[in-house]
Design a protein around this ligand. Structure first.
Ligand SMILES: [Zn+2]
Length: 161
């Protein structure tokens, strides 16, 4: 159902300025976590050290020969109090990424071990199997054993796996 904002029709629950700020914030939150118009691998991954907001790519001087892509804090122009952090060129972002990537992979074995640990932690379902076994034996789930609740719990656990 379409919704309309009618100015001055009723006593305001919130002030129009606050409404506008909420709409900006909702748009900002919708934008975080999904790809933006830019398909850069850095989209939604760079955050401001001062205000924690996302850095976004801006096409500077897109109509002339000085055109370049820069990244800047999204609060640089949208909030009442403008964030004053600096912008970075696409080239600076790439160079910094490569520096950090080299540091991160300097100890290749440790990095691979860490990534394998993270992978195992995120994909390990052994605890679910343990819960199912406990449920089947009635251990730990005495109130659910051989009942409709127990069956539902087993089904729920198997779906988690
Ligand atoms: Zn900022």
């Amino acid at each position: 159902m379409p919704q309309y904002y009618v100015e001055n029709s009723n006593p305001a629950i919130i002030e129009p300025e606050e409404w506008d700020r909420v709409q900006i914030e909702l748009a900002r939150r919708r934008d975080i976590g999904k790809a933006t118009f830019c398909n850069s691998p850095f989209s939604t991954k760079i955050f401001c050290g001062d205000c924690d907001s996302r850095y976004t790519p801006i096409d500077w001087h897109f109509t002339d020969k000085c055109r370049r892509l820069v990244w800047q804090c999204i609060n640089k122009f949208h909030n009442e109090v403008k964030c004053t952090t600096t912008h970075f060129t696409e080239k600076q972002i790439k160079e910094k990424f490569l520096e950090l990537f080299a540091i991160y992979f300097a100890d290749r074995k440790a990095t691979i071990d860490t990534l394998r640990y993270v992978q195992k932690t995120l994909t390990d379902t052994d605890f679910i199997d343990d819960d199912i076994e406990a449920c089947d034996r009635g251990n730990g789930y005495p109130h659910r054993n051989d009942t409709a609740d127990g069956d539902a719990e087993r089904l729920r656990l198997r779906e988690q796996r």
